[in-house]
Write a protein that binds this ligand. Structure first.
Ligand SMILES: [Zn+2]
Length: 203
């Protein structure tokens, strides 16, 4: 009586053990499908968006993760960050705080990342400007927009790709362009490595 009971118990234990092992394998496979596959698929998805974003006009800007380009498609690079005097422009700053990019007057400008609008209007030398607070003292600024083109207000929640206004020449500007500025802890940082770190290299 004692021996068969022990044997059954041992068998049951073994079956349970097998079931647990099988369940663990299935769980790991499911985990792999849910977590690892998207991680592998993301670079390809980004690459696919890069192609459509560059070729198609009027398409939304390329987005990588939570961040995207402030302009959709091709643009002309202007002044980069740092010492960049503008020849013939006495009032233009020599130590450039942002990254200039141009597509032409009136081109749509998009929020580069998720956050809350903290400025939507005239902002000193930047002219018509939008500033977005992304939290953790990270702020992006979009300067020199066309008068009357603003599509957001103070307090609006935006995500990457939300249209916010149009490229213009307001404020201390020397031709239509977008002045894209990124600041961390109240200090402007170079937007190029910042965007590159988010899979969005600037030209
Ligand atoms: Zn600028």
């Amino acid at each position: 009586m004692g021996a068969p009971a022990t044997a059954i118990a041992a068998l049951a234990k073994t079956r349970t053990g097998k079931r647990i092992a099988l369940a663990t394998i299935l769980f790991l496979l499911l985990l792999n499908a849910l977590i690892l596959t998207p991680l592998i698929a993301i670079p390809f998805a980004v690459a696919g968006q890069a192609v459509t974003g560059t070729i198609a006009s009027g398409a939304p800007p390329m987005v990588s993760g939570e961040w995207g380009y402030p302009l959709a498609g091709r643009y002309t690079k202007g002044r980069g960050y740092g010492f960049n005097p503008v020849i013939g422009c006495g009032y233009c700053s020599t130590a450039h705080q942002g990254y200039d990019m141009a597509q032409g007057c009136g081109s749509t400008i998009y929020a580069a990342g998720p956050g809350r609008v903290i400025t939507a209007g005239t902002y000193s030398g930047y002219g018509i400007t939008v500033r977005i607070d992304h939290g953790d003292s990270l702020i992006t600024l979009y300067g020199h927009m066309t008068t009357g083109s603003l599509l957001v207000r103070d307090g609006d929640e935006v995500t990457a790709g939300t249209p916010i206004g149009a490229e213009g020449n307001t404020g201390r500007s020397f031709g239509c362009h977008l002045h894209f500025e990124v600041s961390l802890g109240g200090r402007a940082i170079d937007p190029q490595p910042f965007m590159a770190a988010r899979g969005l290299p600037l030209a």
